[in-house]
Structure formats: structure tokens, C-alpha cells
Design a protein around this ligand. Structure first.
Ligand SMILES: *Cc1c(COP(=O)(O)O)cnc(C)c1O
Length: 430
């Protein structure tokens, strides 16, 4: 067994001073039971906790670290930027460079605004969509997570689902009423909603590939149907690419599927592990944002020089090395291996990957919606998760989260993981 004495002691102290002992709920391991480990340091594909245990990391800070932990180019860029000042509250060249880079990679983002998190990006995009269209309703999909903004905490996937909260108290009912929901991959439901609320929906927002209800891919034609329906009604189509952006392809899911949304939100990979979010899109829409237009949105630390430097450094390495084909191949191999383990041990399982984003369910599948995902064997997952942790593999601590791969994960790491996961599953089955 791993020693967890120092983590347990820190967790005890943490719960005295912060709700649940964590700065973000999923870190508390409520979805799998037991106490979280506290991290001492990380490098490449590996994490070490304060008790000295080593883990192969498939959480990767929940998505940002596509180059792995402490990539030298990112660390060097941050160190260099810090030496020149940590924040100015005045524009810098790095913001221009990063915005230009984003537009080059994601051409639908004709104008880009930087914020500090994915949550801020989606909240701002929806305010903008409402301001631009003069409409108040939005449509989201069950199981899609768009950060913790009030408008989005309706059927919002993993974090809230794990806690058994359908919606969050504290969100005014008047506001929740403006958020319509449909099952993912259900074009007929979307058409019905647009029929019932024609001309009143400001935006349809979605994760083009879901990562926050476990990994769920869009059916062929689903995204293009949304493009057609929103276009015909005058609603804006917002791709929340906070997770998929720069991860599933240099230009995100919209590049892979060939769909041009009106607005896009980014986070995670764009910041190289520092707090960065961004939203952007059609120039005529973005021109509604202050100071050009009347829709207000601002931020003291937005475009922070350290964060811009980290993001630029990470995107530069991605451009220079183009690791996407390799990442995709290795990620496919991981999922194939995990599913083969399950088949060998007689456990119904399904899963998939897209770029270096992946997920498996202990459910026969196919999983096409959050409703399907909820059919997975969560109790088995909990035992599997802890057995994997004991064998030095850190998978996301919830049955409803996607996993990631970084360029620091080698073929040998992946094979090693598959082997350890087989033993973990065997142990979980008892
Ligand atoms: C993580 C995530 C968010 C929220 O981003 P934060 O930086 O955690 O606020 C929004 N949308 C999607 C799709 C995400 O995966």
C-alpha cells in the first residue's frame, strides 16, 4: 500500500480552512471516495505527492498540459517574463502575438479577447451573444460543462453530477429559466426547441466533443445540423473549445469537423498551465464588446504577461514539433489497451478518443449522451480508480471525466499503464 500520511495530514488541515479542503470541488475525490493526495512536484508525464509516491498523470491539470508538466520552454518563458514584471495593467506585445497566433490557428476567431479562465470566456461569450442578438435565451446540452457561470449550471455534467446536484442553489430561477437544454446528439430535440422559441434564442453553446460527462463524440452530421438550425434562426453558434482547443488539432474541433462557429471560447491549453481564457469570433459580433461596442467585459489581470508568455511558449512548441499525429496514435493505443483489459476480464466497457482527449466507461455503449453515460458502473470505477492509484496511475477521479495524454507520455508509458490498469481492474473485481 502507498503511504499517504502527509497527504492525509494536509487534507485535515485544508478542510479546516477551505470548503472540502480544495480550491475546486472535483479535486476532493468525492466522485471516487477517499482522500486526495497533495502534490509536491511534477515533471513530464509524472506527478509526485508529498509522501513521495509517483504517478503517471492522465489528468494533466484537467487539460492544459499538452506538453506535460514543467516543459522547459514554458518554464523558461515564465521565468523570463517574471523578471520583467508580473502585471502592468497596460497592453503588451505578447497579447498581440498570442491573439495573432490564435487567429492564425482558429480562423473563425477574427477578433480575440483574453480573460483569466474558461468560465470567464463562456460567461462573456453568452453576454455578448445576448447583447448582439437582443435575445435572452440560450440552449445548452445535457452533460456539457461550460464553467460555473450562473447561466450554465443547468444539467452541467461531471462536477455537479458527481455531487448529485441537478442544478446549483444560488442561481436565480428567473435566470435558469432562460437556459434551455437538449440531449447531446439529438437534432430532433433541437429543432423542436427552436420551433417553440423561434427568434428568442441568443445562442446555442456546446462542447463539440464532450469531455465533461466522460468522453462523448458528436454523431456524424450533428454539428452541421446545429450550424444550419442556428443560422436559419439568427441565433449564434458558440463552440466551447476550452478543452478541445489546440488539443484535438491545432485549430481545435472546428478544424477537424470543418464547421465555422460564430463564437469560440478557449482556455486550458492556451495558457500553458497558467490562467488564461479567451473568446472570439465574427468581427461584427466581437465589435459589440467594450470599448468598441456597448457590451461590457473587463479584467485587471486579463492578458497577464506571465500567462501570455506561457501560452505563447506552449503554442510555439506545438507548431514547431507538430506532435498531433503521434499524440493521436498513442491515445488510441491507450484506449484500445484499456478496452482490451476489460474484454479480457469480462467487463462491459466502451470508450473512444479524439486527438489526445479520451475516455472509457464501464458500460457496454455506445455512449452518445449524458443519459447513456449515467448507465456506467460507477462503483466498479471507484474501486478501479483507487487500485490504479495504488499502482502509480492517476486517472481522473470521476467516472464522468475525460482523460488526456501529453507529448511527455511515451509508448513505454502507455504500455506500462495498460499493464497496470489490467492489474487494477482485476483487483477492483475482487
Ligand atoms: C474546463 C472547462 C470550462 C471551464 O474552464 P475554467 O478555466 O475551469 O473556468 C469551460 N468549458 C469547458 C468545455 C471546459 O472543459
Amino acid at each position: 500500500m502507498r503511504s499517504t500520511r502527509r497527504s492525509a495530514e494536509l487534507f485535515r488541515r485544508a478542510t479546516e480552512v477551505t470548503p472540502g479542503g480544495v480550491s475546486s470541488p472535483v479535486r476532493a475525490f468525492r466522485g471516487v471516495g477517499g482522500d486526495p493526495f497533495f502534490v509536491a512536484r511534477a515533471a513530464g508525464a509524472r506527478l509526485w505527492d508529498v509522501d513521495g509516491n509517483e504517478y503517471l498523470d492522465y489528468v494533466l491539470s484537467w487539460g492544459p498540459l499538452i506538453l506535460g508538466h514543467a516543459h522547459p520552454a514554458v518554464v523558461e518563458a515564465v521565468r523570463d517574463a517574471a523578471g520583467r514584471g508580473t502585471s502592468y495593467g497596460a497592453p503588451t506585445e505578447a497579447e498581440v502575438e498570442l491573439a495573432e497566433r490564435v487567429r492564425e490557428l482558429v480562423p473563425s476567431m477574427e477578433r480575440v479577447r483574453f480573460v483569466n479562465s474558461g468560465t470567464e470566456a463562456t460567461m462573456s461569450a453568452v453576454r455578448l451573444a445576448r447583447g448582439f442578438t437582443g435575445r435572452e435565451m440560450i440552449l445548452k446540452f445535457e452533460g456539457c460543462y461550460h464553467g460555473h457561470g450562473d447561466s450554465f449550471l443547468v444539467k452541467a455534467g461531471s462536477g455537479v453530477a458527481t455531487l448529485g446536484l441537478p442544478n446549483s442553489p444560488g442561481v436565480p430561477a428567473e435566470l435558469s429559466k432562460l437556459t434551455l437544454t437538449a440531449p447531446f446528439n439529438d437534432v430532433a430535440a433541437v429543432e423542436e426547441i427552436f420551433h417553440a422559441h423561434a427568434g428568442r434564442i441568443a445562442a446555442v453553446i456546446l462542447e463539440p466533443v464532450i469531455g465533461n460527462a466522460g468522453f462523448i463524440a458528436p454523431d456524424d452530421g450533428f454539428l452541421s445540423a446545429l450550424r444550419r438550425i442556428t443560422g436559419a434562426d439568427g441565433a449564434l453558434l458558440v463552440f466551447d473549445e476550452v478543452m478541445t482547443g489546440f488539443r484535438v488539432a491545432p485549430g481545435g474541433a472546428q478544424e477537424r469537423f470543418g464547421i465555422r462557429p460564430d463564437l469560440t471560447t478557449l482556455g486550458k491549453v492556451i495558457g500553458g498551465g497558467l490562467p488564461v481564457g479567451a473568446y472570439g469570433g465574427r468581427r461584427d459580433v466581437m465589435d459589440w464588446i467594450a470599448p468598441v461596442g456597448p457590451v461590457y467585459q473587463a479584467g485587471t489581470l486579463s492578458g497577464n504577461p506571465l500567462a501570455m508568455a506561457a501560452g505563447l511558449a506552449q503554442l510555439r512548441v506545438l507548431r514547431d514539433e507538430n506532435p498531433y499525429p503521434e499524440l493521436e496514435r498513442r491515445t488510441r493505443r491507450l484506449v484500445e489497451g484499456l478496452l482490451a483489459n476489460a474484454a479480457e476480464l469480462g467487463v462491459p466497457a466502451s470508450g473512444g478518443s479524439f486527438g489526445s482527449m479520451w475516455g472509457t466507461f464501464f458500460a457496454a455503449g455506445p455512449v452518445r449522451s449524458f443519459e447513456d453515460a449515467k448507465g456506467a458502473d460507477v462503483e466498479l470505477f471507484k474501486r478501479f480508480f483507487h487500485a490504479a492509484l495504488d499502482r502509480g496511475v492517476f486517472f481522473a477521479p470521476s467516472a464522468f471525466e475525460a482523460g488526456f495524454l501529453s507529448t511527455a507520455h511515451t509508448d513505454a508509458d502507455v504500455e506500462d499503464t495498460i499493464g497496470r490498469a489490467r492489474e487494477a481492474l482485476r483487483a477492483a473485481l475482487g
